[in-house]
Design a protein around this ligand. Structure first.
Ligand code: GLY
Ligand code: MN
Length: 462
């Protein structure tokens, strides 16, 4: 964790945005995998990490808005903990490391909440996403389980988004570490892939690199010769000459900041001409979108510009036709680019998504589109100094979607369906970097990762 001053300052900034009452922040518990004592790797709640930094299960905090102080709720380790887990910090050690003014036993938390409720104080809590914390909030606050999302504090959600969207220097340093580990993962995949290997061998290799840097993967590795399946976690295919491999993988540092990078490369040492043609379009969309990602630019406009680059490139190849602006306005390009250009990234790979995507990526004046493709854009609003975002355009050939749209006679003026026959087993290409929005312009985070055709082929040949 960072030093206590950082967490005290973050909590003070949070309080300054709220009127009265208390803020309840729940840490995460251990999460059983197949029986109680066999758990998934522990992952602390990101809001708890942001405001307290403490990375242990079974903690909670009440931040008293009126008194301006924080009480940390937890349990002091006893000899049984020590026998199984070695020396653990006491509750007061944990409180000092985060600058919390008071401590109390976790078992006292329900009563503290009941008192606040009886006194008519506002109890601000964030929308819970784990079952155990939902049950606790339901029991402690007497809110029906299905109403917890609705009853969560919108002022608190808005305050957290306002504070955590712009990353500080120490956060950028952590995110740079995350991307540099991620770079090693991608370069290892590019260097070691060989025809005849299983996808799983590469996926295991790169996940191991994340773990070997005292971190984890920030999300399940996507590594597939079927890159057209967007969130594909199946790793059972054998690599064959002529195929493309799409790798979307990122490391999370020991402090839990995420990297999220995608590269696509050939199983052979060279791209085919058909692959290169599509690759160059995606690369132009990515590079131009990064250049456009400046303070004040609406990310919705950057997304639409990327869509036009894609539609224009596909028109040059005879796959699309007609007027590019009209095709993009109608959503025809989404046959090939059905997802959003990117999202915020920080402690979560999709940063703060637990708070509600639209609070993070949209405003009261800018509502999310309902159009296929555009509706998957998580971030539409104007970029601000300090944001860190992903830029990740892609072109995919999804046979099932092509067949569906063709059977429906969809966008016949913009799509040349006959030209798609030779792309049915193409797969997909996505290229993604993490970009810091600064007053001097966009900065790609981390050391450069092989990206041009020449750079990728050089690693494949090596
Ligand atoms: N890296 C996966 C995603 O952004 O959805
Ligand atoms: Mn991403």
């Amino acid at each position: 964790m960072f030093g206590p001053t950082i967490y005290k300052e973050r909590r003070a900034a949070l309080l300054a945005q709220l009127d009265q009452g208390i803020v309840l922040l729940l840490g995460n518990e251990e999460s059983p995998k197949n029986y109680h004592d066999n758990t998934y790797r522990f992952r602390q709640d990101s809001n708890f990490l942001y405001f307290l930094g403490l990375d242990q299960p079974h903690l909670a905090a009440i931040i008293d808005i009126d008194a301006g102080s924080t009480t940390l709720y937890g349990t002091d380790p006893d000899i049984n903990h020590v026998i199984w887990m070695g020396d653990l910090p006491s509750l007061s050690d944990l409180a000092s490391s985060t600058g919390a003014e008071q401590t109390a036993a976790f078992s006292e938390l329900p009563e503290a909440l009941a008192k606040a409720k009886t006194a008519g104080r506002n109890i601000h809590f964030l929308p819970p996403y784990r079952g155990d914390n939902k049950i606790r909030l339901h029991q402690w606050l007497q809110i029906p389980l299905n109403d917890l999302g609705r009853e969560a504090s919108i002022p608190l959600v808005q305050a957290v988004v306002a504070l955590a969207s712009a990353k500080s220097e120490e956060e950028i340093a952590e995110m740079t570490k995350a991307v540099n580990v991620t770079r090693s993962m991608h370069h290892a995949a590019m260097q070691q892939a060989r025809p005849g290997m299983k996808e799983a061998e590469l996926a295991g290799l790169i996940e191991g690199i994340a773990l070997s840097h005292e971190g984890d993967v920030a999300y399940p590795v996507i590594l597939s010769v079927n890159g057209q399946i967007l969130h594909n976690h199946y790793h059972g295919n054998t690599l064959e000459e002529g195929q493309l491999i799409l790798v979307d993988a990122g490391a999370e540092t020991a402090k839990h900041y995420a990297g999220d990078i995608t590269r696509t490369f050939p199983v052979s040492t060279h791209f085919t001409t058909q692959q290169k043609d599509i690759y160059e379009i995606v690369l132009k969309a990515e590079q131009d979108s990064i250049a456009m990602s400046k303070v004040g630019s609406r990310y919705l406009d950057v997304h639409l510009s990327a869509a036009k680059i894609i539609a224009n490139g596909l028109r040059d190849l005879g796959i699309m036709k007609g007027n590019v602006d009209e095709a993009v306005a109608a959503g025809a390009h989404a046959l090939f680019f059905p997802h959003g250009l990117g999202h915020m990234i920080g402690l979560d790979v999709h940063d703060m998504e637990d708070l509600g995507e639209d609070y993070v990526g949209y405003t009261t004046a800018l509502k999310r589109s309902t159009q296929f493709g555009l509706r998957s854009l998580r971030l539409g609003r104007a970029l601000e100094e300090g944001f860190v975002i992903t830029v990740e355009p892609g072109i995919y050939f999804i046979p099932q979607l092509i067949d569906l749209w063709r059977s429906e006679g969809k966008f016949m003026d913009f799509i040349n369906y006959d030209a798609l026959d030779s792309y049915r087993s193409f797969g997909g290409i996505r290229i993604e970097d993490n970009v810091w929005i600064t007053s001097e312009g966009p900065k790609i985070i981390g050391e450069p990762i092989a990206k041009t055709v020449a750079e990728v082929e050089a690693l494949r040949k090596g």
